[in-house]
Design a protein around this ligand. Structure first.
Ligand SMILES: Nc1ncnc2c1ncn2[C@@H]1O[C@H](COP(=O)(O)OP(=O)(O)O)[C@@H](O)[C@H]1O
Ligand SMILES: [Mg+2]
Length: 347
């Protein structure tokens, strides 16, 4: 099968630079690992930058959908170029062009990248998440929220702009920073003291939770995962333990909550749920990562390994569940009788 791996790098290939530029992109090393994993499974793979020329490049590379020949697909590694809905940009463009792709649709990405909308859906679905208020002005009151609080931009990722505050004056300052620097409302949440875990989920009809992974933060004044931690720009050592040391019923309950969050936000194929446990081991869902990192050192990759999937198997599993998802809607084109699909490794 032809697989186009699409990634973003910067805003050079856009028409105008408008709004906040994406601060996230995959390193070249991960892109080549994904290409390699797919090529090893006998796919015909090429990597493409996500820019305004993408559709004409894909038109040349991918076969036209037909019942007679194997379809092609995009493996989505693009986090978008700029603006509030950046994760949805590539999926929306591919929907327009009628090109299948891995991962969530624009809907799942929109619901996840807007942390406030995600929390509203969690609350409406009975999924535990910290109490919160949205601030559009630093003088708003925190009302019933109990300090310590954590302040974050409504729609960022990678721990950008996070601040823990212990009183109303500090809260005001932190909200002002988010409003000024990120040009978006601030999400103010109750800070959950306790262990930090995440659950990676894969699949669609029966989403499968991978083993719970714990991130052990060193004792220090910053009891959160910072942007520097995530990009290994600090000496601070975060240990990832998978499976997390938890009673098996607790782990099973956390996995169940993660799958509920995955389904509530309409995530397709794969996603990672970030969670804090309080002192009673009760999970509080912080957010959904609809573009969960596939970097080799990421939580998803580590949890997949514990779940029995090597890196190459994980990449091909994501492709497989995406194809199975399309096969349900378009069996004549994506039917699993197609010999090209049968050559993809089953895991
Ligand atoms: N309410 C909270 N209570 C405790 N820690 C939090 C809370 N919200 C965020 N954090 C910490 O900040 C990190 C990043 O927050 P998160 O909501 O996952 O945003 P993102 O990863 O998109 O920047 C979390 O992994 C956790 O360490
Ligand atoms: Mg997170």
């Amino acid at each position: 099968m032809k697989v186009a791996v699409v990634y973003n790098r910067d805003t050079r290939g856009v028409i105008n630079v408008l709004g906040i530029q994406s601060r996230e992109w995959y390193p070249e090393d991960t892109i080549s690992k994904v290409v390699h994993a797919l090529a090893k499974a006998d796919h015909q793979v090429e990597a493409f930058a996500f820019d305004r020329y993408l559709l004409s490049k894909l038109k040349k590379f991918l076969p036209k959908l037909s019942k007679r020949q194997a379809p092609g697909i995009v493996f989505n590694l693009a986090l978008g170029a700029q603006g509030k809905s950046r994760y949805s940009q590539l999926p929306a463009l591919l929907e327009l062009a009628g090109i299948p792709y891995t991962g969530s649709s624009p809907t799942g990405h929109l619901l996840s990248l807007d942390k406030v909308v995600a929390k509203q859906i969690f609350m409406a679905s009975g999924i535990p998440t910290p109490n919160y208020r949205v601030f559009t002005n630093p003088d708003q009151s925190a009302q019933h929220l109990q300090h310590p609080l954590i302040v974050k931009p409504r729609g960022e990722a990678a721990s950008l702009g996070l601040e823990i505050v212990n009183d109303d004056q500090a809260l005001k300052e932190a909200v002002r920073v988010v409003l000024d620097d990120f040009k978006q409302p601030a999400l103010v949440e109750e800070f959950i003291e306790g262990r930090e875990v995440n659950v990676s989920v894969i699949g669609n009809e029966n989403p499968r939770p991978l083993p719970v992974l714990e991130l052990v933060l060193p004792d220090s004044e910053k009891a959160i995962l910072t942007n520097e931690d995530k990009f290994h720009r600090t000496n601070r050592k975060i240990t990832k333990i998978c499976p997390a040391e938890l009673p098996s019923e607790t782990a099973a309950y956390i996995q169940k909550v993660a799958v509920q969050a995955f389904m509530a936000l309409n995530i397709f194929d794969y996603g990672r749920v970030d969670i804090r446990l309080d002192k009673y081991h009760q999970p509080h869902v912080l957010e959904m990562n609809s573009m969960a990192s596939l970097n080799p050192t990421s939580s998803f990759v580590q949890a997949a390994k514990k779940g029995g999937l090597s890196y190459n198997q994980l990449v091909n599993k994501i492709l497989q569940v995406a194809i199975e998802r399309y096969a349900l809607e378009e069996p004549e084109i994506f039917g699993l009788r197609n010999k090209h699909l049968q050559s993809a490794p089953r895991v």
